[in-house]
Design a binder for this molecule. Structure first.
Ligand code: NAP
Length: 345
């Protein structure tokens, strides 16, 4: 079970032990990396496969130990949570893709949620666990326009209700992120980000809240610096609030010296609904009500918790710098049945 005990600094043997579920996910990786950098915690990175390349990369970080755990297997969680002080909990709605279903399955996420919360409760009852951070999804800006909400949103909000019904609210902080910047790197031919295309899922007139996935790690680090103040709290978190054309303009300003124009291109709703119905429902939802992060209030909390949110501009700059060294799918455009590199055009 314990794979990388040697990575835990001896001075940290008595530091808080933080278990991170779904550690190899984009969110989980962000959390593990940020806590590892802080050099204040022993981190248990939980994954179903401790031998995968993503897991091994995490296991090589400072103060990180790999633990085997599956959200569909309560006993594995029980073992991984044994003796921890803090749990970062996350769940996934994504099962294998099927025609007429897509990959998002609400019941799959609900089962993980029940298993997770039951094991959090058990760990709390044993007496050592004192803080649970649950990663949900942002609630609506206008609750009156919430319905119909996507299934992979309602599952997370239902899990929040289960936390309350298990009397865990007092030790829980719910973080509710909005859409990741990383979604712009989708693999949909013709709609993946490049210097010329900024892909979006909502019409050009809507302001749309987004966040860099690594910032969820910064939020967890921040919350853990003032745990008593932020237990029993729920916060919708975002880094930017821009329209699609404003996002495209942010990229264009970075590439205009190359004489390029970046266009905001909306993925047709019918394509979204055919490929992943719930994502199409999500796009309808964002246009109808929008994510509910209070950007002004967030600035105050971020200052207090020493969180510097990643701006879209900085995120894009980082991607461009990386692209200059290694070309990957981000710089490709689907044409005539082949990937055509357009990065330097
Ligand atoms: N995309 C967005 O914009 C966005 C915004 C806010 C919230 N979210 C939510 O964030 C959550 C995580 O998304 P993500 O994109 O960070 O994930 P991701 O990168 O797609 O990773 C999914 C991870 O889930 C793990 N996993 C799958 N089934 C599991 C199970 N039964 N038990 C334990 N682990 C399991 C896998 O790890 P192993 O194979 O290593 O076990 C994999 O690393 C999802 O609920 C999503 O809805 C997404």
């Amino acid at each position: 079970m314990l794979e990388k005990g040697e990575n835990v600094d001896v001075t940290l043997r008595r530091a808080s032990v933080v278990a991170v579920t779904m550690a190899t996910s984009r969110q989980g990786t962000g959390v593990v990396k940020e806590l590892s950098k802080s050099n204040k915690y022993q981190i248990r990175a939980i994954t179903r496969n401790i031998k995968s390349s993503k897991a091994l990369e995490l296991g090589s970080l400072k103060n990180v130990e790999l633990y085997k755990g599956d959200l569909m297997d309560p006993e594995s969680l029980n073992r991984a949570f044994d003796g921890v002080d803090v749990i970062f909990g996350n769940t996934t709605p994504t099962k294998g893709w099927k025609v007429f279903r897509g990959s998002i399955v609400r019941a799959y996420e609900m089962e993980q949620g029940f298993n997770l919360i039951n094991q959090v409760k058990l760990a709390y009852t044993k007496g050592k666990l004192n803080h649970f951070i649950f990663s949900s999804i942002s609630k609506a800006k206008d609750p009156l326009k919430n319905d119909p909400a996507p299934g992979h949103f309602t599952s997370k909000w239902d899990i929040e209700e289960y936390i309350d019904s298990c009397d865990l609210k007092e030790i829980t902080t719910v973080l509710r992120p909005v859409s990741y910047f990383e979604n712009f790197e989708n693999k949909l031919p013709g709609y993946t980000i490049s210097k010329k295309i900024f892909p979006g899922i909502v019409d050009k007139d809507f302001k749309w809240q987004t966040i860099a996935v690594e910032d969820i790690g910064k939020w967890v680090r921040g919350i853990l610096s003032k745990p008593e103040k932020y237990k029993n709290q729920s916060i919708n978190i975002a880094g930017e609030e821009l329209t699609g054309p404003e996002m495209a303009m942010t990229l264009q300003k970075l590439v205009e010296s190359e004489g390029l124009q970046t266009n905001y291109v909306v993925i047709p709703r019918i394509v979204m609904k055919l490929l992943e119905y719930d994502i199409g429902v999500m796009a309808d939802w964002i246009e109808r009500t929008g994510y509910g992060a209070d950007m002004n209030k967030l600035k105050i909390i971020q200052n207090e918790l020493n969180i510097v949110p990643t701006s879209l501009k900085d995120w894009l700059k980082g991607k461009l710098e990386k692209q200059n060294n290694t070309r990957n799918s981000w710089s490709r455009e689907w044409k005539s049945s082949q990937w055509k590199l357009q990065w330097d055009k």
